[in-house]
Design a protein around this ligand. Structure first.
Ligand SMILES: [Cu+2]
Length: 191
């Protein structure tokens, strides 16, 4: 009677191992950073490390409005810089330029807005010290309806195209490596 029983127990152990393997990707997804206030959810805030002496940096994130009313991201502040300005990149006469978003960024009901390099982003102006890879820096977002949300953004490598923890890094298929955001002329737009 004993051998069949032992065989059963072994099978059980294999099944359990497979369950662990199957659950690992779920655990990874759960690690994505998420912050909520009212109907607004902010996930995977991140920024690029900045070279020594740089006075500006960019901060990025994914914002979802789960409510039934439109909200507006009015601005933000961070202890790491003098100011955080909401910018939009746009193509003008074949040249990528950026300018401050006037009146805040609207997030419609059910809409997800991704702030990312070469798109809408927070420009950190007057960095008090370089943003170092691996650090976490506080940013306080100010929404017209949801109010203030404190988030911690993760500093990724200088050339990072997305947050290492989130899925957003994977859907960014275009290589913008040749474009150096920090080298852009910020003087022209009134910084
Ligand atoms: Cu900018």
């Amino acid at each position: 009677m004993e051998p069949p029983l032992r065989k059963k127990a072994w099978k059980h152990r294999v099944l359990r191992l497979w369950l662990v393997v199957a659950l690992v990707p779920l655990a990874g997804a759960a690690l994505a950073e998420s912050y909520k206030a009212g109907a607004i959810e902010v996930t995977d805030p991140w920024a690029r490390a900045t070279p020594k002496g740089a006075s500006v940096g960019g901060a990025y994130m994914t914002i979802t409005n789960r409510g039934s009313e439109s909200d507006r991201l009015a601005g933000a502040s961070t202890p790491a810089a003098d100011r955080a300005e909401l910018h939009q990149m746009l193509m003008k006469d074949g040249v990528m330029t950026m300018r401050p978003v006037q009146g805040g960024l609207e997030i419609k009901p059910g809409e997800t807005v991704i702030l990312k390099p070469e798109s809408a982003h927070f420009m950190l102006l007057g960095l008090k010290r370089p943003l170092a890879q691996g650090e976490r820096v506080k940013l306080t977002l100010d929404f017209a309806k949801a109010g203030k949300i404190d988030i911690d953004y993760v500093i990724e490598s200088i050339g990072a195209q997305g947050p290492s923890a989130g899925a957003a890094a994977k859907d960014h298929g275009v290589d913008h490596g040749a474009m150096d955001h920090s080298a852009m002329d910020h003087g022209a737009i009134g910084h």
